[in-house]
Design a binder for this molecule. Sequence first.
Ligand SMILES: Nc1ncnc2c1ncn2[C@@H]1O[C@H](COP(=O)(O)OP(=O)(O)OP(=O)(O)O)[C@@H](O)[C@H]1O
Length: 311
Amino acid sequence: MTTTPPVVEFDQVSKGFGDVRAVDGLSLALHPGETVALLGPNGAGKSTTLDLLLGLKYADSGTVRVFGTSPREAIVAGRVGAMLQSGGLMDEVTVAELVGLACELHPRPYRPADVLARAGVTQIADRKVDKLSGGQAQRVRFALATAGDSDLIVLDEPTTGMDVTTRRAFWATMREQADQGRTVLFATHYLEEADAIADRVLVLHRGRLLADGTAAEIKAKAGARRISFDLDGEIDEPALRTLPFLTTLTVSNSGSAAGSGPTVRIQSADADATVHAVYALGLYPRNLEVAGLGLEQAFVTLTAAEEARTS
Ligand SMILES: Nc1ncnc2c1ncn2[C@@H]1O[C@H](COP(=O)(O)OP(=O)(O)OP(=O)(O)O)[C@@H](O)[C@H]1O
């Protein structure tokens, strides 16, 4: 029986630049058909990880395999389409010429007219590449990444600079690509995109994998919930600060229902215990709400906790 190798496999991969360990003992495997978001604060190692995966940088130690081969071999075989953050667009050529060239170079090319249409750049096909707006240039990069039938599509912050309509169209197209069985890996700073689009989220922090799971699992891993309620009259903030399992507390006078007192917002590692303690303080919270964290808050909580643990 033959087993299919993972689409991407990092085994204990490290890459440093001087004193900086941009990628630090990273191990992970991506499987066919997954749509995976790579999240992390600035400098977490996302771009370096993607560069290693694309054979643009070499690991100091560990191995990177793409479809069971080296990144270079996978790329030469046309199995990987990539859209990088910046650069990469030639000057003095038109959009149509550049996309046409990308199609010619791809072992399993699509028709250039279809590639232009899918990326929404047919209207600007005759324009010189160095005369494009930021969002238009992003669309052209997208066209280059989808010039042929690749099994893995790698996107580094693909929607930066795109307007809302373009962004929607972009993700609709990516969803189609994923539905056809392709693996899509994208780095992003837009956590709502990761939440909405990815079926798996990898959180990188200082070159290490801090969390790996569905967006729901990442939120659960952050282990915190949001509590909010209104109080009448004066607030005894020092007393509120003694509440158990409290990680953050904010009190605001704006945004609460008309006629009521301040609104208290709490993040707690054990919402049940915290709410019980609110009553035990003799308070009568109104409009009480308890909710899970959004991916963004979960991300901030996880990376801040790791920052505190390692510094
Ligand atoms: N060519 C390089 N020379 C020196 N340091 C580098 C180089 N490339 C990356 N680094 C450093 O490696 C670390 C990881 O950088 P990387 O660009 O991979 O992070 P990132 O997660 O993509 O960040 P961002 O979200 O800001 O794009 C950073 O500290 C960065 O300064």
